[in-house]
Design a protein around this ligand. Structure first.
Ligand code: HEM
Length: 410
């Protein structure tokens, strides 16, 4: 078994209760139910989000009118074909090229590698969400992302002050205004249409209205500021401390061209794909997804009232000995069909969450992690400043602490 990670008090408490309570379902706090059984989590989530109708347009609310109902499912459906175009061979090549530039700018000097992973992943994804923003607006969106990441990845006692909150809200408003200008510009023909996730929202503007359109684009920006970068930081952490796997990935990826990663990751690089899947099992972010109960729910033995909340946790499911053999051991070989630690239970592997709000970027996120492996092992040597100090911390996300080191170009 690997060294135990450092846990926040909340994680420690919930994890201990999870092991003690056979059912995997218990009240964590008043009005907040922990649902850590895979089948119950799937059902509760599906039932809670069966009706994904968006709130009325702000303009209608102001005028006391009811908007034409519009469902979040339709927004997701508009994104999916665009995501397929964005992750074809050329899209993946471009994503790899952006990651390469961002990595190069950070190579050759000691840095916090957790932040290197976060910045490379988050910033390379942004043009996929909203492309070709004017420089000042791009800076506003990046600043908002930085605030979101800082808040999410903060460790130790909270240093939130009144003024830091004000700055964060202002950054959010300025980023929203930048997205609003882009949507308005494209709708009026003043700005060109682009191959990105903002573009399908331009077509939906008449039904969505501007506020709901801005919220939709902002939802993707928020969803990509944290989990994908945390997964990449965990991947770098595992690569840095496992020379055997580093050597295997170097052998495999040295011979693989970049753009094949999205279409058939297993065929393109089977060892790397197993490694990435195991990183997502072992350290899948975020630790908890907290959901408001939208309507009274009765699912099996679970009874929830509107406005109560429930928690689900891919991490706890991935580490539950009821479903996994040696769950705390990092072993990419468990993904082989004949593995001694197999077979891997499908319902208990949920790094991208549950329908109907499962991650829209699952395929792309996996391909991006494989690209990250490719760049790291073929272009750099990973040198840790103080290998003994590095440890994994479980708080909002799993994240490596004191992870200073240098990516030295080969
Ligand atoms: C390894 C990388 C990634 C991980 C681990 C990850 C994980 C997750 C998780 C756990 C959820 C919550 C699902 C639920 O509610 O059950 C989620 C939602 C989401 N993710 Fe990802 N994600 C990744 C990459 C991406 C990428 C690349 C994109 C966009 C291109 C993306 C866009 C979204 C969106 C928009 C949602 C909200 C879906 C909804 O509410 O309908 N994610 N992600």
């Amino acid at each position: 078994m690997d060294a135990a990670p450092e846990e926040s008090e909340f994680v420690r408490e919930v994890r201990a209760r999870c092991r003690a309570e056979e059912s995997g379902v218990f009240w964590v706090r008043d009005g907040e139910l922990g649902v850590f059984d895979p089948e119950v989590a799937r059902k509760v989530h599906a039932r809670n989000f069966a009706d994904l109708t968006l709130a009325d347009k702000l303009t209608d609310v102001v005028r006391g009118r009811t908007s034409e109902p519009f469902t979040w499912k339709d927004v997701r459906a508009a994104w999916l074909p665009q995501l397929r175009r964005l992750s074809d061979a050329e899209g993946i090549r471009q994503l790899g090229a952006r990651m390469e530039v961002l990595l190069e700018a950070r190579a050759g000097r000691p840095l916090d590698l957790m932040w290197v992973a976060q910045e490379v992943i988050t910033q390379s994804l942004l043009p996929l969400i909203v492309k070709s923003l004017p420089a000042a607006d791009l800076a506003r969106v990046l600043r908002d992302q930085e605030f979101k990441l800082t808040r999410l990845l903060r460790t130790g006692p909270s240093r939130t002050t009144f003024w830091s909150e004000v700055r964060s809200i202002l950054a959010q408003m300025r980023s929203g205004a930048a997205i609003r200008r882009e949507l308005g510009g494209r709708a009026s023909g003043r700005r060109p249409r682009q191959l990105d996730l903002t573009d399908p929202i331009v077509d939906l503007l008449p039904m969505l209205g501007m506020d709901r359109a801005v919220d939709s684009v902002t939802a993707v920006i928020t969803a990509t500021a944290g989990p994908p970068g945390a997964a990449a930081a965990s991947l770098l952490y595992e690569l840095a401390r496992r020379p055997d796997w580093l050597a295997r990935l170097t052998d495999e990826l040295g011979a693989v061209p970049l753009p094949d990663f999205h279409a058939e990751p297993t065929r393109a690089a089977p060892v790397t794909h197993r490694f990435v899947k195991e990183v997502l099992r072992m350290w899948g972010p975020p630790m908890f997804l907290t959901r408001n109960v939208k309507t009274d729910l009765q699912v099996d033995a679970v009874s929830l009232k509107k406005d109560q909340r429930y928690f689900v946790s891919p991490y706890l499911l991935h580490h539950d000995p009821k479903h996994w053999k040696d769950p705390d051991t990092f072993d990419p070989e468990r993904w082989l069909p004949e593995a001694p630690r197999g077979a891997c239970p499908r319902a208990s592997y949920v790094p991208f969450g549950w329908a109907p709000t499962a991650c829209i970027g699952a395929g792309l996120g996996t391909a991006q992690l494989m690209l990250f492996c490719h760049l790291l092992v073929t272009r750099y040597r990973i040198q840790l400043s103080e290998p003994g100090a590095v440890r994994m911390r479980l708080a909002a996300m799993p994240m490596p602490l004191d992870f200073r080191g240098t990516l030295t170009p080969r």
